[in-house]
Design a binder for this molecule. Structure first.
Ligand SMILES: Cc1cc2nc3c(=O)[nH]c(=O)nc-3n(C[C@H](O)[C@H](O)[C@H](O)COP(=O)(O)O)c2cc1C
Length: 324
């Protein structure tokens, strides 16, 4: 039995398919469910993408845009087109799937998003995952201010959204421990640690910027493991979810032992197909059987910082021994 509870939702398995290419159409969403996923997070709707697509459409309709009110009307209806398309997928997913369906919003400002989240709530979304990870490249803004803005953003979202709400974080905050504990304090239900952010690269022949590898590798789960291990014992309300580099049942078990109630996976399913999900479930079940744990709740967090004598190891950053 793999049942777990994450962000107040009952999941049949702790393995969630994270927001991405596998959760953007009904065919692959159905395959996620068939393979045993505990929940799916729909591909995010991106504020930036909508805005740039709206701008492109507007550029092709200049005559129509002679009046500023027409421009506003056109922009609003194009924006609605993207939101409506998203709501159609969400409604269909809710109709056809029996596992929880979490809508995902990648927001830069809070202006329109609260209203959109309200619409997703009405379509029956079981929860909303908000992605918010600005790169703090403005050297005049101190770390405290960066953290304050995130917490303010989360508070506004919490006040407006009544269904389970999670925040998916990147790990570049000035005080991650403070940020995570404040998200817990204001009643965020789930905290996903961590999204794998777009990585820039440079093409040295073309002499231009390019994009780094979009997929994670199997040894990238360490940062999520560390922060879940450090923070899970401090959570009063929020449940933590591990993400990035979880490619196997083995790394999923590690995250659960450190205190995650669930894991989100993307790369493993892209690389190995939907059977990666059933493979992880079988591994976790088999491991639980061998170690005598009837349910994930019997072992979740057993190796978190607060549960082990040498919990200081979760904070270790230096190697004591060198490789000879
Ligand atoms: C092609 C691609 C598209 C993605 N799109 C989104 C997205 O729309 N929203 C989001 O929150 N994360 C997105 N992600 C990030 C994944 O959900 C996940 O956080 C990340 O890939 C780390 O997990 P992994 O190591 O299992 O791949 C995307 C990842 C990939 C590879």
């Amino acid at each position: 039995m793999l049942r777990t509870e994450y962000m107040g939702l009952e999941l049949r398995s702790p393995v969630i398919v994270s927001s991405g290419p596998l959760t953007q159409n009904m065919v692959s969403l159905g395959k996620c469910e068939e393979a045993g996923a505990g929940a799916v997070v729909l591909k995010s709707i991106f504020e930036e993408q909508i805005e740039s697509d709206v701008q492109k459409e507007m550029a092709g309709s200049e005559e129509y845009l002679a009046h500023s009110s027409a421009e506003e009307f056109f922009a609003a209806s194009s924006r609605d087109y993207y939101i409506d398309r998203y709501m159609k997928l969400l409604t269909e997913a809710k109709k056809k799937l029996s596992i929880p369906v979490i809508a995902s919003v990648c927001a830069k400002t809070m202006d329109n998003w609260l209203e959109y989240c309200g619409r997703f709530e009405k379509c029956g979304a079981d929860g909303i995952e908000l992605d918010y990870y600005p790169i703090s490249s403005d050297s005049s803004i101190p770390g405290e201010e960066v953290d304050r803005r995130l917490i303010e953003f989360a508070q506004k979202a919490r006040d407006a959204i009544r269904i389970p709400l999670s925040i998916k974080l990147g790990y570049k905050y000035s005080s991650l421990a403070y940020v995570i504990s404040q998200l817990d304090r204001i009643g965020i239900d789930g905290i996903v640690l961590f999204n794998r952010l777009f990585r820039p690269d440079i093409d040295i022949e073309k002499m231009e910027m390019s994009s780094g590898k979009p997929l994670s590798s199997a040894d990238e789960y360490g940062e999520a493991l560390r922060w879940v291990g450090l923070m899970s014992g401090e959570m009063n309300h929020a449940s933590l979810c591990g993400n990035t580099g979880i490619h196997s049942g083995e790394s999923a078990v590690k995250l659960l032992l450190s205190g995650a109630r669930a894991v989100e996976v993307c790369t493993a399913v892209i690389k190995d197909g939907f059977s990666a999900i059933s493979g992880m479930n079988s591994f976790i079940e088999d491991w639980m059987g061998r170690h005598g744990y009837p349910e994930p709740s019997d072992f979740i967090g057993l190796l978190s910082q607060e549960h082990i004598e040498d919990g200081w190891k979760w904070e270790r950053t230096q190697f004591l021994k060198t490789i000879s």
